[in-house]
Ligand binder design. Structure first.
Ligand code: SF4
Length: 424
């Protein structure tokens, strides 16, 4: 099998991993002597670097052979798909070639499990090692790690990668037990905990090194060796949504627990896509994509807006997020007693709960109200969706009608509800 064919199979097999969003670009090249660079149309996806830049990554599997039989996965051992395997050198060479042609700024590498978790992880780490040590590759590297692999291998992976991720796969232990019986939630969490310790240690060491360099005389020799970095962009995970009957409240509470316990940078939600020859335990259709979108919005509320998971979805809300409105608006409609919020007096945490006010808008508002009382016309200058915000706020020249009326008015403005399809 030539490299191009392997790339077609192994880039396609990697597309189910949502840890970085794939983009459906058009194929372009400069082989006719026109233009600069090229877009091969496969395997290139985008991700966000720690500094917020959007970067292109070569997103591939080392191999889609796998000895495990996770029912939701197209690469499971019982799946009838074309298989391929890259040699370590081939991945290194592909990465360097794409990088030199300016197609990518980094590599996202995952793999099915062959021979053993340790053997597979060694191959994945070896790709990163050769890129860093033999080719002085300075691009971004994201490695998927295998939870059952030896701790030393995870430790080595972190030395070369910017980001490491371990997929939690499913929101509950029971679902994992029934759909991926060879996976062990305790091993997954143990590995996440190990990564957290390494990441925390590396950060503490880097801080110490900075402190030492600040107090040292400019020409003095550094008092200690520079701190070793370890997965500087942190760790992330992915959860499949809609492959089992778990509700949104449980999914969000699992995410909250993962953020709290292992300081994950991100939890990615991947809407289950039906696969060929699937097990009868799986739903026949994918969940509505808007559910995945609402989960990302809810996740954002937990990370940046001070919401607890059970405020966004709980038994009280039927366990599911509303699909027709974003979770913040849904929360505001369910809590008319918390509105209107006085934009000239309310503390930051209350401002963050107003539908339509983002973190940047709130910070700009706090600055603006230091110099004068905020009026309705100022909202436009703050680039906020005025119609969405007004029913929920008090301003120097604006007082909405009673909160319950506001809720009704906003509810009337909402388009017809989207019905969530029943999967089971
Ligand atoms: S271990 Fe990974 S690649 Fe293998 S079947 Fe399970 S999810 Fe798929």
């Amino acid at each position: 099998m030539n490299l191009q064919d392997k790339l077609a199979i192994l880039a396609d097999a990697a597309k189910y991993d949502a840890s970085c969003a794939s983009s459906g670009g058009v194929k372009r090249d400069s082989t006719q002597g026109r233009g600069l660079g090229s877009n091969e149309g496969m395997g290139i996806c985008h991700s966000y670097a720690p500094d917020g830049r959007c970067i292109s990554l070569l997103k591939i599997l080392l191999t889609n052979f796998c000895q495990y039989d996770c029912l939701y996965c197209v690469n499971r051992v019982s799946s009838n798909v074309p298989r391929a395997r890259f040699a370590v050198d081939e991945v290194v060479q592909l990465t360097l070639d794409f990088y030199r042609r300016n197609c990518i700024e980094g590599l996202f590498l995952s793999s099915g499990i062959i021979r053993s978790p340790d053997y597979t992880m060694e191959q994945v780490v070896e790709v990163a090692r050769r890129l860093r040590e033999e080719h002085d590759f300075r691009g971004y590297i994201h490695l998927k790690t295998i939870p059952d692999a030896a701790p030393e291998l995870l430790e080595r992976a972190g030395r070369y990668a910017d980001r490491l991720s371990i997929n939690i796969e499913l929101p509950t232990e029971q679902s994992l037990g029934s759909l991926a019986p060879e996976k062990d939630v305790a091993a997954i969490k143990r590995s996440m905990a190990r990564l957290r310790v390494h990441i925390d240690d590396a950060k503490a060491e880097a801080q110490d090194a900075r402190r030492v360099s600040i107090v040292s005389m400019p020409k003095a020799r550094p008092a200690r060796a520079p701190a070793k970095s370890f997965a500087a962009a942190g760790q992330s995970t992915q959860m499949i949504v809609g492959a089992d009957a778990t509700d949104d409240a449980t999914i969000l509470s699992t995410s909250a627990q993962l953020y709290g316990a292992y300081r994950l940078k991100r939890v990615y939600y991947s809407a289950f896509s039906p696969i060929p020859d699937a097990s009868s335990s799986l739903p026949l259709q994918a969940p509505p994509l808007v559910r995945e979108h609402r989960l990302y919005q809810a996740d954002w509320l937990m990370r940046f807006y001070g919401f607890a998971a059970d405020e966004i979805a709980s038994e009280r809300t039927g366990g599911m997020l509303r699909l027709e409105v974003d979770p913040k608006l849904a929360w505001a409609l369910a809590h008319p007693e918390r509105f209107p919020v006085d934009l000239n007096r309310a503390p930051r945490e209350l401002l963050l709960r107003v539908p339509g006010l983002g973190v940047k808008a709130v910070d700009r508002l706090l600055l603006a109200r230091r110099v004068r009382r905020v009026r309705s016309e100022d909202l436009k200058r703050l680039h906020v969706p005025v119609q969405k915000v007004l029913p929920f706020v008090l301003l120097a020249d604006h007082r909405p009608s009673r909160a319950p009326d506001v809720a009704e008015a906003v509810a009337r403005a909402i388009p017809l509800p989207v019905q969530q399809a029943s999967l089971f």
